[in-house]
Structures are given as C-alpha cells and as structure tokens.
Design a protein around this ligand. Structure first.
Ligand code: BTN
Length: 278
C-alpha cells in the first residue's frame, strides 16, 4: 500500500521542520525534536550532513517520502521509492572513536529490529553487520557516516536508516526481487509508515543512550537472540578473501566470530554474509 506524500505519511507539510513529539507523538527526549520533512531528496543523509555542517543539534532528523539517490553500504544504491518506506537520517554527536561507529550501527540494527518486531509482530532479526531481515529476506539497513572528527574522536555522525514498509515484489527492481521484502508483505496487512517511524526513532534514542553507557556490550545478548546467522554455516566476502565457517558469536568489540572448518576462531570486521547450504 502506498500512502502518497509526506503529508499523508507523517501529517506534515513538505519543507516543514516539526517537533516529532507534537507532530507524530514521538516519545523521545532529543531524537526528532527537529524533523526536517521533504517530499523528495537525493539522500536524507546528504541533506543532514549539510545541516550538521551548519550547526544542527544532536537528534536532528531528516525525513523524506522518496530518495532519488539513496545510499547503501559499500557504495551500493538504496532503492527508496515514494510512498513505500521509511527513509530517515539522525544526527549524532557521540563521544566515541571512529572505530566505534561500526559497532554503533550493529547496536542500532539490533534495537530497531527488536522494536519493530515488538510493535508490528513481524518475525524480524538481524544479519551482521546491520541488516534488518525476516526469514532470510532483507527489509531494512543502516548506514553510519562520520561528518566531523577531531583527532580520534567523532564529533558528529549521520545515521541513516531505511525500512521497506510497503514495496511488493512488483515494486522492486529485478536485482532485489529475490532478496528483499517489506513489512506489509510479511504481515499481509497495511502498516502505517508513521508507526514504523515512531518506533524506529524511539528505539534509536534508547540505543544511543545505552551505547553511550555500555558500548556494544550492552547489545550482545539481544544480538544473539535476533541473529539470523548464529550457529549457521556462512561465507563472508570481505573484499580481499572469503571466510567460511560457522558463526559462533559477536565479539566484545562487535566483530563476527566464525569458527572455520579447521577449528580456528576468526574475527571478521566487515563484509557481506551469505548462508551456505552445505
Ligand atoms: C544498507 O546498505 O543496508 C544501508 C541502507 C541505508 C539506507 C538509508 S535510507 C536513509 C539514509 N539515506 C541514505 O541515502 N541511506 C540511508
């Protein structure tokens, strides 16, 4: 189901800046107190990067009904049609080092998958590092990009999140048809995007708070419960080499721990995971 336009979706006029707590009942302290709402942008993360450089506050959100140049991980295009998904970016001013951004994105995926599973009843999980999945199909992803750094510290970063709410197989480009799904496809009923947006932003604020206190350690248990690959035989394409083996855990720093065929435990820090059938 497509709800046309940002007005139908979030009850706000295109081009407006609203307090999400008033506009769509967000229960947060700082995430979404300023939501910049657009009908269409190239990428919500690009727009938010510019706002960050102009001094926007932590928790500022850019929301669009459509992205014409949405970005995914590893330089991939993120399919972001009008009316069918939640495409949003949140400005963070974390006191973390650049090395902690990847674990933060894992924590965010765990938090959002858990929150959306609870609020919609969909059987959601996570696929390392930061995919939101259901029954082997991908329906959401997270991309964290640093904006300003001072030495080792990240002063500001943009966390972009995409959740496919309504795109059916007929809406998807052919290259995604055998890997992507949506909340509505899974549930077989309409899912209001504003509900997904609210649950997502509330989960992200909780995530940032807990990550600030405990780092990725605060999310490992939930990761184990939600992981679609824990205990599974996988192949991880890192760009240089492929690592094959069984996923045994996520490390205290956020790496994927894989036991290879010869019984060696390897930590993988980045890459694309695929399930092996044999
Ligand atoms: C992935 O590859 O899984 C990450 C996808 C992240 C997509 C979101 S949609 C909102 C924000 N703007 C972008 O251009 N990308 C992120």
């Amino acid at each position: 189901m497509s709800e046309d336009g940002i007005e139908a979706y979030a009850g706000v006029a295109p081009g407006s800046v609203v307090d999400g707590r008033e506009a769509f009942g967000l229960r947060t302290r700082y995430v979404g107190t300023n939501v910049h709402c657009f009908a269409a942008v190239t990428s919500t993360s690009s727009v938010l990067r510019e706002l960050a450089q102009e001094g926007a506050a932590a928790g500022t959100v850019v929301l669009a009904d459509e992205q014409t140049a949405g970005r995914g991980r590893s330089g991939r295009v993120w399919f972001s049609p009008a009316g069918l998904g939640v495409w949003a970016s949140v400005l963070l001013k974390p006191s973390v080092s650049a090395d902690e951004l990847a674990p933060l994105s894992i924590a965010a995926a765990v938090s959002v998958a858990g929150a959306l599973a609870k609020s919609t009843g969909a059987p959601l999980g996570v696929k390392w590092p930061n995919d939101i999945v259901a029954e082997g199909w991908k329906l959401g992803g997270i991309l964290v990009e640093s904006v300003q750094t001072a030495g080792e510290k990240v002063e500001s970063a943009v966390l972009g999140i995409g959740v496919n709410v309504g795109a059916t197989v007929d809406d998807l480009p052919p290259e995604l048809a055998d890997s992507a799904t949506s909340l509505e496809t899974l549930l077989g009923r309409p899912v209001p995007r504003v509900d997904v947006l609210r649950a997502t932003l509330e989960a992200l604020e909780e995530c940032f708070d807990l990550f600030g206190r405990e780092g990725i350690g605060g999310f490992r248990e939930r990761w184990r419960m939600l992981s679609s690959t824990l205990g599974q035989r996988v192949n991880v394409r890192t760009g240089e080499t492929d690592v094959e083996g069984t996923v045994t855990d996520i490390s205290p720093a956020g790496a994927l721990v894989i036991e290879t065929r010869d019984g060696v435990s390897e930590e993988v820090w980045y890459g694309d995971v695929t399930l092996r059938r044999s």
